[in-house]
Design a protein. Structure first.
Length: 184
């Protein structure tokens, strides 16, 4: 059962990474050609960014808790910092969905940008495997360079966080288009 859940999280990361790459390619294409593509997808994301962001932040939060509480992977210091920027988004987007608050995009984007930088830095530390950044010196924490697993030659827990934050940033870009001009 536990391995099955990990495989689902890894698959979601692969799908998320594909979506991020696709959106980057489409954005560059639109900048070069000056043409808007897939207006129906744009409208869908603008109209549903809150619920989609809630689902992504909830999956990231539950995935994080799964690895620490069920599989007993001790989170490192950088993992805790990433959690600080992901966990509140579940509550923020859940509340925004219930009360129909469309102005939430900028708050989610700020949290996601900071979280993505921390997760990206954490991933780079894992790739470098540098002992100089071992944060296990505080006792209970795992080392920031420790890889609990490596799937598809690149997926680790920090890259899962980078993917979730990246998707939330993209959704925030679409969601901020729904804010009325007087608020911008």
């Amino acid at each position: 059962m536990t391995n099955y859940f990990s495989e689902i999280l890894i698959l979601l990361t692969l799908i998320g990474d594909f979506i991020i790459i696709l959106f980057i390619i489409l954005y560059v294409y639109q900048m070069i050609k000056g043409k808007r593509l897939f207006n129906n997808i744009k409208l869908f994301l603008e109209n549903n960014y809150i619920i989609i962001s809630f689902i992504i932040s909830l999956a990231a939060t539950l995935g994080s808790l799964y690895y620490s509480e069920i599989l007993h992977y001790n989170p490192c210091k950088l993992c805790w910092y990433q959690r600080i920027f992901m966990y509140p988004q579940t509550i923020i987007f859940g509340t925004a969905y219930i009360i129909k608050d469309k102005k939430i995009a900028i708050y989610g984007m700020i949290l996601s940008i900071i979280g993505a930088f921390i997760a990206g830095f954490h991933y780079m530390l894992q790739l470098s495997n540098s002992p100089s950044f071992s944060c296990d010196a505080i006792g209970y924490s795992a080392s920031c360079t420790e890889k609990f697993f490596l799937s598809y030659y690149y997926i680790t827990i920090p890259i899962m966080a980078v993917t979730a934050f990246g998707l939330l940033i993209i959704l925030g870009l679409y969601g901020k288009n729904k804010i009325s001009p007087s608020i911008q």
